[in-house]
Design a binder for this molecule. Structure first.
Ligand code: CS2
Ligand code: MN
Length: 361
């Protein structure tokens, strides 16, 4: 298991690589060229520059999150072929610099969605929050305005201003779109890039939909066992793999994370581990990583990873904002302290589970 930590780049992340290096067990930095819009080319030189910075701090940069998919690919427009060619070149350039796994998503229009970025928790900390009722009644534009207001001038991944400016137009383009059609477009994309992935040994790891149910009538592909089965079957290559995000999938209480991981682990290249607390009305709040603090069985998930001797990448996903972190000094969900505590919880669970397994041998 390779422990990693997400970092947004110099002058784009209040947290320094020097701090990340001090978190026990973290070997890898999950990075991206965050200034690149979906569909843009990542050159070998730009990639190398970023990895050099990471390596100069004693860390590795062999996993990227995300190389975003241009909307035309998801929509299946004729212009998709050119974007797919560019994507293949990005993959080759990443592989040439030692990158092994690319995390990405195939959600229409929005990346993850929340209604509050700094929702107060009982312990005085704050966390990302999803109010189901609010989303059902909201206009997508209201949500965009709220995210912009609360993100403190830092662009949130998947919420690039250029993309959001086109929101009305995009909703029109997706009119009448269903899961089947989106899945066909996914298959077209995957079939086109898999030969490149195989040749250059770079694995794709799709991130689940967040939240794992349709919002604003937009279809979902990676949200439950049945849909994940269908998605992986579109192209059976192991290079068509998964990012297993416990917080995203766990926001639907019908998803049993332990059994999902048991079923799909052969195709899981990247683990995002975080906990959520889902309320009876479907609202959910992000919480600490500890199993008892939420409704996701984090310990059970770590136990499965230990049993299969997971060799892929893992990172703590979002954390709460604690110890003085607030809207003025932190990117929502990506503070330092709770994610660092998360690393220790995950490593502690892993160490106990693997030790037990060794004893029983
Ligand atoms: C991440 C996603 O911050 C997050 O919620 O888990 O934004 C993730 O990076 C993308 O969906 C992957 O493309
Ligand atoms: Mn995630």
């Amino acid at each position: 298991m390779k422990m990693s930590f997400r970092w947004y780049g110099e002058n784009n992340d209040p947290i320094s690589l020097d701090y990340i290096r001090q978190i026990p067990g973290v070997e890898e930095v999950v990075w991206a060229l965050h200034e690149k819009q979906a569909g843009a080319l990542w050159t070998k030189e730009e990639i190398k520059e970023q990895i050099d910075v990471i390596e100069s701090h004693g860390l590795k940069g062999t996993i990227v999150e995300s190389v975003n998919i241009h909307e035309d690919i998801k929509l299946g427009l004729p212009s998709r072929d050119a974007y797919i060619e560019t994507y293949k070149t990005c993959l080759k350039n990443l592989a040439a610099n030692g990158v092994k796994v690319v995390c990405y998503n195939f959600m229409p229009i929005f990346d993850w969605t929340r209604t509050d970025m700094f929702h107060p928790l009982a312990d005085g900390s704050t966390a990302l929050f999803f109010d189901k009722e609010k989303i059902i009644n909201a206009d997508p534009q209201e949500l965009v305005d709220m995210v912009e207001k609360e993100s403190n001038g830092l662009t949130l991944p998947g919420w690039e201003p250029e993309r959001l400016a086109r929101i009305k137009e995009l909703f029109q383009a997706y009119e009448g779109f269903d899961e089947e059609r989106l899945r066909e477009n996914f298959k077209y994309f995957m079939d086109a890039i898999i030969p490149t992935c195989e040749e250059y040994d770079i694995k794709m790891a799709i991130h689940p939909d967040d939240p794992p149910f349709p919002i604003f009538g937009l279809p979902r592909l990676v949200n439950n066992a049945e849909n994940i089965r269908k998605l992986l079957a579109t192209n059976p290559s192991p290079y068509n793999g998964l990012t297993f995000c416990t917080g995203s999938l766990g926001a639907d209480p019908n998803n049993d994370l332990v059994s999902l991981l048991k079923e799909f682990n052969q195709r899981v290249h990247f683990m995002h581990v975080r906990n959520v607390r889902v309320a009876a009305n479907g609202d959910f709040s992000e919480v600490s990583h500890r199993t008892q603090d939420g409704t996701v069985d984090i310990t059970g998930v770590m136990q499965v990873l230990a049993e299969i001797n997971f060799t892929g990448y893992i990172r703590p996903d979002h954390g709460r904002h604690i110890f003085g972190e607030n809207a003025t000094n932190v990117r929502p969900g990506y503070g330092l302290y709770d994610r660092a505590l998360g690393v220790m919880y995950l490593l502690g669970s892993w160490d106990m589970a693997t030790r037990q397994i060794d004893r029983n041998k």
